[in-house]
Design a protein around this ligand. Sequence first.
Ligand code: SAH
Length: 346
Amino acid sequence: MIDIKSMTEEEITQALRDLGEPTFRGKQVFTWLHRGVSSFDEMTNLSKPLREKLRERYVIHVPKAARRQVSALDGTVKYLWELHDGNCIESVLMRYHHGNTVCISSQVGCRMGCAFCASTVGGKVRDLTPSELLDQVIFTQADSGLPISNIVLMGIGEPMDNLDNVLRFLELVNHPDGLHIGMRHISLSTCGVVPGIDRLADLELQLTLSVSLHAPDSETRSTIMPVNRAYDVEELFRACRRYFERTGRRISFEYAMIDGVNDHDWQADRIAEQVRGMPAHVNLIPLNDVRESSLRPSRRLSAFQKRLEHHGLTATVRRSLGGDIDASCGQLRRKAMEEREGGDSI
Ligand code: SAH
């Protein structure tokens, strides 16, 4: 059975033409899907025989909200979605002044192996399909009743390790007959997969690229991020420069501050050297304690921030939302995995 919500409007239109339907049918079906219907019977402007034909050939998957945690502190909502095959993923709804933002997952688990990250502890189970990426936006909006204006691909998984599906998702979510979320309202975060950055640069999309830097020197970075052994810091910064030259977009560097590992002044100086001549924003993140790791949060956040600013860089400290609800990457999924009998992967 074909997953119809992963198809573009053009593909749906063609498929319906092949069934003898007029061209405008494609748009009707596409619009219904992006409104979050769970069956063809809800598509009331289609004839019964057509709905029947579609049901024989296509499937509409809909995720189930397996858990929902609302932060009493700031209204952040964390969702654990159960997918049609029983796997689970997380999305987080954050309420900012500039609009409601949903942080979505790109894979079930992750194979990048970053030492400080809970999402990668059990490895990668599988990639998410375009419709599973899209459903996180559709159903977070439907469930919360809040209009979503921004998307960040910063949940579980590495988007560049599932780039074909992520690119298709971007096309779907950006479509005027769907959710129509503009590229400038979308951020994609990568641990530094250089070929992926180059592929994205070639498309010249207006989205924001976030690079999880976490250390400006290869010696440190390789100890906490295995991806650095494939694409080291120098190669990564060259790719960032190419990205900026192609797209004209300022890159955002994520930097989780880890006690005694990446919080030395010389590392702030090194960041400034590496990004010279390129507009950059450094986002300092207080490290979230992950039980599985021995790394501890740094106490030098503001000193490090000042040092970066002294070099003329824009550096911010990320406001932490949802501190009371396991709202950082992979934590809720890990907890649910441990609680589930037999410890199946979810
Ligand atoms: N794989 C992509 C997308 C995940 S984004 C990437 O690496 O960018 C999630 C962000 O949270 C990344 O910047 C990641 O490095 C960061 N992160 C993971 N674990 C963290 C922790 N314990 N504390 C703070 N930030 C963390």
